[in-house]
Design a protein around this ligand. Structure first.
Ligand code: 13P
Ligand code: SF4
Length: 349
């Protein structure tokens, strides 16, 4: 496609959100990226949090962590460019070791992935021998390697329920664990370094104090303020939000589940409690709807991925993601167990 054709396509979707001069510049970049993609026999995966001009021009597949993991496992291309954060690109490498996996930014971390080490998991397993470990996909490969089964925000409940056991170690997101505990009616404890307490003898979910630095900032007051001003607003919260926020919301689900919820509901107004770019991406496809969001709260890691960095990742084959083979094989077992649990329902009332 020419720059003019690409610009026309982008303007049709983003014209009401992005100034024309920016769209023209981004259309030129999109053409360059798409040419490089064809030359390198690459596929681009784009997480729902990517900024709107990137999100609506270059990814072959878009979605939440679970959907993109499935796409990474299925692709027959030589190169996977992951427009997301490092743990997501690592998951792609775990599933497709024969491919070159590129992350367009050198770091692009995640506060949840940084909150726990493989040694922490080994210590927990020693403290609770025989108790299965469920690990959120927002972790690095060496942590996944110590895990029995992974989960994402869209299947956490299904994974926990699939285990059919009294006690589960659920790592590392404190709030996701509390939200799953509430949904499944399970008691939750957080271990201390001192000897086990009576409480721990009767535990059901054993959590960890990791938090998403974005979602932990949303409060019930934010919801109350929105409802006071707009009594008809529907409130959507990601399950990484604090439990009182999730309880005060009308719906909680993965990023794609939230996208689907807005599409499926006629309400004129939604408050989206998640990374701000996603609201723009929803608005692009739902121009008739009004989305309230709090753009002072952004994920600095997701925002490291730009169109310039994406072009350079293909141009200079950077930054190559590698996972040591012994870790990869063990991590793959926990990701495969998760993928074997069928696709979750992406939107619900
Ligand atoms: P999803 O799997 O819901 O897309 O979440 C990824 C994430 O990092 C949310 O902060
Ligand atoms: Fe990690 Fe939170 Fe950013 Fe998602 S939004 S990548 S959980 S820091």
């Amino acid at each position: 496609m020419t720059v003019d054709e690409t610009f026309a396509d982008m303007q049709a979707v983003l014209g009401h959100l992005v100034p024309e001069f920016e769209l023209r510049a981004k259309a030129g970049l999109a053409v360059e990226i798409n040419q490089l993609k064809a030359e390198h026999n690459a596929v681009i995966l784009g997480h729902n949090y990517m900024e709107p001009t990137l999100f609506h021009s270059v990814p072959d597949f878009k979605g939440d962590s679970l959907e993109l993991s499935r796409k990474a496992a299925e692709t027959d291309k030589d190169v996977i460019v992951f427009c997301g954060v490092r743990f997501m690109a690592e998951t792609a490498k775990i599933l497709s070791p024969e491919k070159t996996v590129l992350l367009p930014a050198k770091v692009a971390g995640c506060s949840l992935a940084a909150s726990i080490t493989a040694d922490d998991v080994r210590q927990l397993k020693a403290r609770y021998p025989g108790v299965p470990v469920v690990t959120y996909i927002n972790t690095y490969a060496d942590v996944k390697a110590e895990t029995d089964i992974c989960c994402t925000s869209s299947n956490a409940r299904a994974v926990v329920e699939s285990l059919n056991t009294d006690s589960i170690i659920f790592l590392p997101d404190e709030f996701l664990a509390k939200n799953v505990a509430r949904e499944t009616g399970k008691h939750i404890i957080f271990p201390t370094k001192t000897p086990k307490t009576d409480d721990e003898i009767e535990y059901e979910l054993i959590g960890w104090h990791g938090r998403c630095e974005v979602h932990e900032k949303f409060t019930v007051e934010d919801i109350d303020n929105a409802r006071r001003q707009f009594p008809d607003v529907l409130v959507l919260a990601h399950p990484e939000c604090p439990p009182d926020v999730v309880e005060a919301s009308d719906y909680s689900g993965s990023t794609t589940a939230m996208v689907n919820y807005v599409q499926d509901h006629d309400s004129p107004r939604f408050l989206i409690l998640t990374e701000c770019s996603m609201a723009d991406n929803i608005l692009a496809e739902n121009p008739g709807k009004e989305l309230l969001r709090m753009c002072s709260i952004r994920c600095p890691h997701m925002n490291e991925i730009t169109m310039e960095e994406t072009r350079d990742s293909l141009k200079y084959t950077q930054y190559v993601i590698d996972v040591p083979e012994d870790i990869r094989v063990r991590a793959r077992a926990s990701v495969d167990r998760m993928l074997a649990i069928g696709a979750p329902v992406a939107s619900a009332d």
